[in-house]
Design a protein around this ligand. Structure first.
Ligand SMILES: [Mg+2]
Length: 322
């Protein structure tokens, strides 16, 4: 069973939320909880040594990335991050200076995105792991929360992407080959930026559907299709790939861009006219890469310039298959 099959079985064990104030529960980038007039967003993520980061990764970057990946989930809901709880697990023999470096990276990321760390836990474990729970608030209009939902894609909507994809996995591969951490692709792997301003611009532009690219572009567009009950067509030639990735990986850069994951860019889905507004206001490059189609099969078809379908052995990251 893969990660997503496991999640749906565990969700069945829990049953539906007991409270009507859980507006959005399991299955989106963050949960949405109503507290009086406010709508609180909450998300959590764990990074484990040797699973999510290579031994030898700078400790400061591990702290940065652990928080940035959570901020990205708030960005993918169109919200504003506020407060974090941090749990650090580490072996007894780990030097205290390493933990301090993790927290220095955390602090830098918290300052960058306006987050306050308000508590957490430190526990002993066999290997280093860091878990962050992040709370944020939804923007609102006319008393209603303005949200970017995975379930809000409609046939005919444009699919757009911020920035470039594939750089993070390119950096991971280069790091495995011994490339030092100051390489541009390795930086993209170790020190990602969350697209907070673009998420805010999308929700303000009237767009209601997005996801962040954490598992891999095709897989993450697939999550939108499953939740929305639609299909998608993505034009391979439109996918933005950085010069650095192209230079380092040549023809393989398309596969890395489509399946790599951990880029923390946003996939934004909405009517073409709204997308034009976003392209003008996002403050970062936003590229239309495809279209949502009416389909009972929640499949993402990747097409080349001649309209032929391109397939890859894997569509992205799965914690229990890789
Ligand atoms: Mg996400």
């Amino acid at each position: 069973m893969g990660e997503f099959g496991l999640i749906s079985r565990l969700a069945e064990v829990l049953g539906p939320p007991a409270s009507d104030d859980a507006i959005v529960g399991i299955g989106d980038d963050a949960a949405v909880l109503r507290f009086g007039r406010e709508h609180v967003l909450v998300t959590t993520d764990t990074m484990v040594q040797a699973v999510h980061f290579l031994p030898g990764s700078p400790w400061e970057d591990i702290g940065w990335k652990a928080l940035a990946s959570n901020v990205s989930d708030i960005a993918a809901m169109g919200g504003e991050p506020r407060f974090a709880l941090v749990t650090l697990a580490l072996p007894a023999e780990q030097p205290a200076a390493d933990s301090e470096s993790v927290y220095a990276g955390l602090r830098a990321c918290a300052e960058r995105y306006g987050v306050s760390v308000v508590g957490g836990d430190v526990v002993r474990a066999q290997q280093v792991a860091i878990t962050i729970a992040l709370l944020g608030v939804a923007r609102s209009g006319g008393g209603e929360p303005l949200l970017l939902r995975r379930a809000a894609a409609r046939p005919g909507d444009a699919i757009a992407l911020t920035g470039t994809v594939g750089d993070a996995v390119g950096g991971l591969l280069r790091m495995k080959d011994g490339t030092p951490p100051d390489d541009a692709l390795v930086r993209a792997h170790l020190h990602p930026e969350a697209q907070l301003a673009a998420g805010a611009a999308a929700v303000t532009a009237g767009i209601r559907c997005a996801i962040d690219v954490s598992d891999g572009l095709l897989q993450d567009v697939g999550h939108i299709c499953e939740m929305s009950g639609v299909g998608a067509v993505v034009q391979a030639g439109a996918i933005p790939v950085s010069e650095a990735l192209r230079k380092a990986f040549g023809k393989d850069s398309l596969r890395l861009a489509c399946t790599g994951g951990e880029d923390y860019q946003l996939v934004v889905v909405g009517q073409a006219a709204l997308m034009e507004g976003l392209i003008r206001s996002a403050g970062v490059p936003v590229t239309v890469i495809g279209e949502i189609i009416d389909s009972a099969d929640p499949r993402v078809r990747l097409l080349d310039d001649a309209g032929r379908e391109i397939t890859f052995p894997s569509r992205g990251w799965d914690a229990f298959r890789s």
